[in-house]
Ligand binder design. Structure first.
Ligand code: SF4
Length: 222
């Protein structure tokens, strides 16, 4: 799009501060079922599921964890099993060597430094081996204490299309979203964008004619 056209479109929809409220409210109605698609029954299972979900689908992770979590219930169980056996047990999620190493390292740190519990604070979560900021943000949000905004490929694309950020780097996008989105919405907001991105604002062919945000979006093709 030519720059002047983008500026025109931004003017047409108005400043992002005035749009963020209706964007969130409409998406909540449109995607009332939006939420994490991973299956887990405890904090430990949540953490392991999110670690396994890197570079694969949630459906795939759920398929693996359905049996994995029967065998591994406590952090100690991951350490009592040889690394190679854990690798086999998570093989289908891909990158199984790195993931098995990260999970075992994380479980060791949980036992040694956190009484076998998953910490709540982002700065503790990112200390765990193999737990990057995105994983930490997902876990903290699911534990009911979001301390940042998860930025994945959908959140990045939709934030840009909706004119909520001009940045391209996930860390800078997160900073923009933290300034813009009310704190109580930090947990649900990424889910709303992810589900809207999967169902409507698809990467290659956004379905603007079916989009509830059409009058709030500077990238609308209508
Ligand atoms: S109007 Fe189009 S580009 Fe904008 S959010 Fe909706 S589908 Fe995406």
């Amino acid at each position: 799009m030519a720059r002047s056209f983008v500026e025109e479109a931004r003017k047409r929809v108005g400043p992002k501060r005035g749009r963020i409220g209706p964007i969130v409210e409409r998406l909540k109605v449109e995607h009332a079922d939006a939420g994490i698609a991973l299956s887990f029954r405890s904090d430990i299972e949540l953490l392991v599921s999110v670690m396994l979900s890197a570079q694969t689908t949630d459906v795939n992770v759920n398929r693996v964890t359905a049996t994995l979590f029967q065998k591994y219930r406590r952090p100690e169980d991951y350490l009592a099993t040889p690394q190679e056996e854990l690798e086999r047990d998570i093989y289908a999620t891909g990158f199984f060597r790195q993931k098995a190493k990260a999970i075992r390292g994380t479980m060791r740190m949980l036992i040694e430094e956190y009484n076998g519990r998953v910490p709540r604070r982002l700065e503790d979560l990112v200390r765990l081996p193999g737990v990057a900021r995105k994983t930490a943000n997902v876990v903290a949000a699911e534990l009911g204490e979001p301390q940042g905004v998860v930025v994945d490929t959908h959140v990045r694309r939709l934030s840009q299309r909706l004119g909520l950020t001009r940045e391209d780097d996930p860390v800078k996008i997160e900073r923009d979203l933290q300034r813009l989105v009310p704190r109580q919405e930090w947990g649900i907001f990424p889910h709303l964008l992810i589900w809207h991105g999967r169902r409507v604002c698809i990467a290659r062919a956004p379905r603007c004619d079916d989009c509830v945000l059409v009058d709030l979006c500077p990238s609308s093709r209508l």
